[in-house]
Ligand binder design. Structure first.
Ligand code: ADP
Ligand code: MG
Length: 243
């Protein structure tokens, strides 16, 4: 089992304020981990350290054995990110937005277009390739940003509450499709959420954080779990989060 993402005694301070405290966590290649915690508990700060946007105050973060902050350029094409806000460029069509990540990897134009069209189709957006973001619903825009993330072929996917701005029905559908695509494509995925239901749906493993970010619970729900098993895990998580 090879470790893809490694936190070793990581703390992160903003001035005197501790957002992440002595966090140690290994995420194995191909794992789909939900990181669950209340708002303000340090989830996005963890995310920013994995994606190389922030440096730990102490301890170390390694992704594929490298330092994402100091070796930022090496990670081009290795990590794809989906945010809560779709972050599409309004002056580009859906397909042009999906192509963006591939442009940054210098993929030839014909290949870019073919991959982008393919991923839009996989995400149910056939016929909307040439629509601009303003013409798409929130759910469709988030589909475009998921297509953009998959199109780059990055082995690691980081998602920071990607469905939390969507209505529950739309979010539910997209969640299932997303989980299936992650599994089919063998990605290592870190999925941040503040929703217990979402964590249970997405996570093959659920890491629950207590503020400041440190691990309060680390669960591996069995595949095809029964309702009773799901309820028991939900109760354990709820107990931790309400402390
Ligand atoms: N750049 C920053 N400067 C100061 N405080 C910050 C900064 N980023 C985050 N924080 C604080 O750290 C805590 C954790 O934030 P964050 O990681 O965004 O939490 P979450 O994503 O779990 O909601 C919050 O209390 C937040 O106000
Ligand atoms: Mg956050």
């Amino acid at each position: 089992m090879s470790v893809e993402i490694h936190f070793d005694g990581v703390s992160k301070y903003f001035g005197d304020f501790c957002a992440v405290e002595n966090l140690t966590l290994d995420i194995t290649r191909g794992e789909m981990v939900a990181i669950l915690g209340k708002t303000g508990c340090g989830k996005s700060t963890m995310f920013n350290m994995v994606s190389g946007l922030q440096e730990p105050s102490s301890g170390s973060v390694r992704v594929q054995g490298r330092d994402p902050f100091r070796e930022f350029d090496w990670f081009r094409g290795k990590i794809a990110i989906v945010f809560q806000n779709d972050r599409l460029l309004p002056w580009r069509t859906a397909v042009q937005n999906v192509e963006l990540g591939l442009e940054m990897l210098d993929a030839p134009p014909a290949i870019r277009r073919e991959k982008a069209m393919g991923w839009l189709a996989q995400l149910g957006l056939k016929g909307h390739e040439n629509d601009y973001p303003h013409a798409l619903s929130g759910g469709m825009r988030q589909r475009v940003s998921i297509a953009r993330a998959f199109a780059t072929d990055a082995p690691i996917l980081l998602c920071d509450e990607p469905f939390s701005a969507l209505d529950e029905i739309t979010a539910n559908r997209l969640r299932d499709e997303f989980a299936a695509l992650v599994a089919e494509n063998g990605k290592t995925a870190v999925f941040i959420t503040h929703s217990i239901g979402e964590a249970l749906k997405i996570g093959r493993r659920i890491v629950v954080l207590r503020r400041p970010a440190r691990i309060a619970l680390d669960e591996m729900p069995p595949a095809n779990m029964s309702r009773d098993e799901a309820d028991a895990i939900r109760d354990r998580i709820q107990a931790v989060l309400s402390e």
